[in-house]
Design a protein around this ligand. Structure first.
Ligand code: AMP
Length: 211
């Protein structure tokens, strides 16, 4: 089963991605994680990506599409994969259609008013990627799941979040229509309830899709 995870920044894609890929044995491919890793290692891709991610803008399509196209040729993708954060615009979606067969698109809808606070208060585990909101941490600085160090993403600040949300509305949201027309969209509503609640709904739908 090959899936796409769609939703605004802060909708809770990362948490659902871990749960979905665990349950269905899918490879979790996050273009944001790939860029962050490259930035950390100081690779050529990282140097290029840094200027865009810091401003909340999209890294150029040629670079992003080439990375995903290559990643999908790896052997582990034969068991199925979950794309998280890709595609981000219509061009990327059309390119993806040329080299991949997508079975379903999990779309998490969420009240936009919640996103700024969610993102600016987000703390992420360096080891396993689990995310938390600072208001629930009671001062804890390590991950409850694996003990890893929690950090704040550089782009989780009000200015960059504003830019990221604008990019989502202008460039990524039209993909909902694109995949609806393909009959692949699976719509869910993200809430403030624990992630397990949403995952139960996602699981019920994906169990059927997986057959
Ligand atoms: P994310 O972790 O998905 O929020 O992505 C963090 C940042 O990485 C984004 O704000 C973009 O700058 C960049 N990025 C991630 N995925 C893509 C993509 N599909 N196309 C272009 N840029 C991307």
């Amino acid at each position: 089963m090959n899936l796409i995870l769609l939703g605004a920044p802060g909708a809770g894609k990362g948490t659902q991605a871990t749960k979905i890929s665990d349950r269905y044995g899918l490879v979790h491919i996050s273009t944001g994680d790939i860029f962050r890793e490259n930035i950390k290692k100081g690779t050529e891709i990282g140097l290029l990506a840094k200027s865009y991610t810091e401003k909340g803008e999209l890294v150029p399509d040629e670079v992003t599409v080439a990375i995903v196209k290559d990643r999908l040729t790896w052997d582990d993708c034969k068991k199925g994969y979950l794309l998280d954060g890709f595609p981000r615009n219509l061009f990327q979606a059309e390119e993806l259609d040329k080299f991949a067969r997508i079975d379903g698109v999990v779309n998490i809808n969420i009240d936009p008013a919640l996103l700024m606070d969610r993102l600016c208060g987000r703390r992420v585990c360096r080891e396993c990627g689990e995310s938390y909101h600072v208001s629930t941490l009671n001062g804890a600085t390590t991950c409850a799941r694996c003990g890893g160090e929690l950090y704040q993403r550089k782009d989780d600040n009000p200015e960059t979040v504003g830019a990221r949300l604008a990019v989502y509305n202008e460039q990524t949201a039209p993909l909902i229509d694109y995949y609806t027309k393909q009959g692949k969209i699976l719509n869910f509503t993200g809430t403030e309830a624990p992630a397990e609640v949403l995952f139960e709904e996602v699981r019920a739908v994906l169990d059927k899709l997986a057959g």
